[in-house]
Design a binder for this molecule. Structure first.
Ligand code: NAP
Length: 555
């Protein structure tokens, strides 16, 4: 291991271990990237992972109620048909321990761990323009060099802990849902606060309410929740799906969002109120994302259509919550339905009927400070033994800019993205040659069922690396024109929808000072895949390719 002082400029650090590729992160994306590059292309690969085992998101998010909101039969790798046949999911929506078991199984099956260095964070990386290689520094002080640097850092991996005054004075225990203790937390006889009401809190709140003596929820913006309707899947359905995986894979890869869920191909305004009610009921009863991404096709484009969907959900909240004052507080009023990520719930609104659950409107009475005894909001002090921050993430860009990534001329990614992410296809960044991002900003990413987008990116990147090897090339970089055109296109597609109207993390609006930019590509998983394939088919159109293996220090 080459240990290099933190002060040494990375670009001047030579004589260090060399790899063909360094992959940052050993979640869904980093694991598959390793398999592709190592086992299919025969490259030398080092994966660095902050956690002490594989799993990424599913390693860190161990909070009570943590469960995937995509259906299990498609929330998995599809690249190995045998694996698809062998693995048995126990429920419609897999819970965190089960997904972690699955990822451990994959790590064993493909012998991945031997090339993953755990408990090691990549802290910095700099592109060396002389050798066309990345110099990578880790939290252990190790420096290595690699031709390709692949950020498999996840989209929701940098926790957002708001800077609440006085947090250090709190005498109880506090946790962020993203950094949950391995052994769990016992809430028995405890007074517990949950800050936040996003998709995570919606899973946490009903669970904690069952154990805690008193649960107080601090809500700044209410959520439009839809029931998950989790449960066992009929064995006949499981059998039929196993028999049809080729069809399923084909359909999800060419779909809008990576699910087998499709919009109703007409306007919500074209149906009579009775027909609309039937369509809404069908989706409400089906549970899951059907109400969100399987609704009328103009729901995310037309405010009038959107209002019809929102009104249906508001009626459901009023019908579920006994206290009309509490119900009104729980009804979203400040953004169109579906423009924030759809939380899926199990007894979320019902939880507010319980005697031990209190809702505090943190929009009217913002959290002022954390005190030694609890939380002061709206001039009142609430006392707690435990505070849970379900306050989300610095999404998409955060995990990347928190690494000191420096491209040509030492320019940092944070500087480059000061006014929002600029990328080509969400895969590459001009000025950062040989860097690839898996599900980066500007790709469908978080607006899709993640494994579908992850597999597409991993396969595209490994095909690209293979092309480079075959053509004896050592450097690939998005051209400024291609990056500008793509970044413009991502924005124009988002601007055509209602999605830009919410203060969502998709918009960076949850982070004070973060530029307000819709960060995912909304053109759809299928359309996007075609565009990426066309780029590859045209010799990586929009990229400048160069160098030779001789000039560029081996492969
Ligand atoms: P989130 O959606 O960003 O929600 C964070 C919550 O914290 C919001 O209610 C936010 O209020 C609140 N908050 C933030 N700062 C606050 C402050 N200073 N004072 C009061 N409240 C504050 O984060 P999340 O719930 O962790 O979900 C993030 C994403 O993770 C989801 O959208 C989803 O994509 C993913 N996720 C997936 C699953 C799954 O599939 N199993 C489960 C959970 C999460 P505002 O809305 O006012 O900002």
């Amino acid at each position: 291991m080459a240990i290099v002082p933190e002060s040494a400029p990375l670009s001047l650090t030579r004589s260090v271990p060399e790899f063909d590729a360094v992959v940052i992160g050993a979640g869904f994306s980093g694991m598959y990237m390793l398999h592709r590059l190592r086992d299919m292309l025969g490259l030398s690969v080092r994966v660095y992972e902050d956690g002490d085992d594989v799993g990424g998101t599913w390693y860190w998010n161990r909070y009570p109620g943590a469960r995937c909101d995509s259906e299990s039969y498609i929330y998995c790798y599809t690249f190995d048909r045998q694996l698809l046949q062998e693995w048995q999911w126990s429920e419609r929506y897999p819970e965190q321990p089960e997904i972690l078991r699955y990822l451990n199984h994959v790590a064993d099956r493909f012998d991945l761990r031997r090339d993953i260095q755990f408990s090691t964070r990549v802290t910095a990386a700099a592109f060396d323009e002389e050798t066309n290689r990345w110099q990578v520094r880790t939290s252990l002080g190790e420096v290595v060099s690699a031709r390709y640097l692949i950020a498999a850092v996840g989209t929701l991996s940098k926790a957002n802990l708001p800077k609440f005054r006085g947090l250090e004075t709190f005498r109880g225990k506090w946790y962020h849902t993203n950094q949950w203790p391995q052994g769990g937390v016992d809430f028995t006889a405890k007074r517990v606060a949950v800050v936040g009401t996003g998709a995570t809190a919606v899973q946490v709140i009903p669970e904690v309410s069952q154990q805690a003596k008193q649960l107080t929820v601090f809500q700044r913006t209410p959520a439009f929740c839809v029931p998950a309707r989790n449960g066992k899947v009929d064995p006949e359905v499981v059998k039929a799906r196993k028999a049809d995986y080729d069809g399923i894979v084909e359909r999800i890869r060419n779909s809008q969002f990576g699910h087998e869920i499709y919009f109703i191909e007409k306007s919500a305004l074209d149906d009579s109120p009775e027909e609309r009610q039937r369509e809404f009921d069908k989706r409400w009863d089906a549970g899951g994302f059907a109400f969100w991404i399987g609704n009328y096709q103009d729901m995310l484009f037309n405010q009038e259509a959107n209002d019809l969907c929102a009104d249906y959900l508001k009626r459901k909240i009023r019908a579920t919550v006994n206290d009309p004052v509490v119900a009104e507080k729980l009804i979203p009023k400040t953004y169109p339905y579906g423009t924030k990520r759809q939380p899926l719930d199990t007894n979320y609104f019902e939880t507010f009927n319980k005697a031990n659950v209190l809702l505090v409107d943190a929009a009217d009475a913002p959290i002022e400070e954390i005190t030694p005894k609890g939380i002061r909001a709206g001039g009142e002090e609430y006392e707690f033994d435990i505070i849970i921050f379900a306050t989300g993430f610095d999404a998409l860009t955060g995990p990347l800019t928190s690494i000191d990534l420096r491209g040509r001329a030492g320019k940092s990614l944070s500087e480059k993205w000061a006014d929002g992410p600029h990328t080509y296809l969400g895969l590459a960044v001009t000025g950062f040659p040989n860097l690839f991002m898996i599900t980066g900003p500007g790709s469908p990413s978080v607006m899709s069922n993640m494994p579908v987008s992850i597999e597409q990116h991993v396969e595209w990147i490994s095909d690209c690396v293979n092309y480079m090897l075959k053509h004896n090339l050592t450097v690939i970089e998005a051209t400024p024109a291609a990056e500008a055109e793509w970044t413009f296109h991502v924005a124009e597609v988002a601007d055509a929808t209602l999605m830009t109207r919410a203060n969502s993390w998709y918009m960076g609006a949850n982070m004070p000072g973060k530029p307000r930019v819709f960060m995912a590509y909304l053109g759809g998983v299928g359309v996007y895949r075609q565009k990426c394939d066309e780029v590859a088919a045209h010799g990586y159109k929009g990229f400048a390719l160069g160098g030779t293996a001789q000039s560029g220090n081996g492969r």
